[in-house]
Design a protein. Structure first.
Length: 240
């Protein structure tokens, strides 16, 4: 019995180590998505979790899809199946789900489900609106949320570089637009731990990095990466 206990403990520890090792190679988006999938345990009304919209449905149909107004209903996204297992690893139930990463400027979702080829409202969403132009009732989900600032071009025509860190840091920005001289532009702490610097940049492709002291690092808020001529990892920004 003691040997069995030791074996099980070693097996569990090995599994935890493997999971931790795998998580190192996943992006923040992949980790967030996996966490949301794990948290789904029943069918219910759609909801917002962070930057994601979560939809669920009963697993009683051959196919369930969803189409959104901001995509002009041109794309039908398929639901996935989540199966639940009991202690003997036998299937004890299942449901369908769809998780959407919310586009930054989308603060409300109007949508229709496509269940086995038939368009319909979401039976688990009590909120709906009527579209007079299309003469349709649409399911509605409020997606309003706090959207943290990121490095991007604003309506004022300037590219606003954004860095989040500790308060009181001396942060600079440099890139191919400064010939990688990092001592020209110093960022301003506009609120505790939030630093910004605005710069007029014409349309083009820009490589840049943030600096504290002599240490450079890419922009965590920008997932696009590139390598400098020196082989360092930097951020990539395309300005239209």
């Amino acid at each position: 019995m003691k040997r069995v206990f030791i074996f099980v403990a070693m097996f569990l520890l090995a599994g935890m180590s493997f999971a931790a090792e795998v998580s190192k190679h996943l992006t923040d988006d992949q980790l967030d998505y996996a966490e949301i999938v794990n948290s789904i345990d029943s069918v219910g009304a759609p909801y917002i979790k962070g930057d994601y919209a979560v939809f669920t449905a009963e697993h009683n149909f051959r196919h369930i899809g969803i189409a959104f107004d901001f995509e002009e209903y041109k794309t039908i996204h398929s639901f996935q199946i989540k199966k639940f297992m009991d202690m003997e690893y036998k299937e004890s139930g299942s449901l369908c789900f769809f998780i959407m990463k919310l586009p930054k400027n989308v603060l409300a979702l109007n949508y229709r489900l496509v269940i086995d080829g038939l368009w319909t409202v979401d039976p688990y969403n009590p909120d709906s609106i009527y579209n007079r132009d299309a003469n349709l009732t649409l399911s509605h989900l409020d997606a309003s949320r706090y959207i943290p600032p990121v490095t991007e071009k604003h309506d004022d025509g300037l590219v606003h570089f954004v860095y989040r860190g500790k308060t009181g840091e001396q942060v600079r920005v440099g890139g191919n637009f400064t010939n990688w001289d990092s001592w020209i532009y110093r960022m301003t702490e506009v609120s505790p731990g939030l630093y910004e610097f605005a710069l007029p940049l014409p349309p083009g492709k820009y490589e840049y990095a943030f600096y504290t002291g002599i240490t450079s690092f890419p922009d965590k808020g920008n997932p696009e990466r590139c390598y400098t001529e020196e082989g360092k990892i930097a951020s990539l920004l395309i300005v239209d």
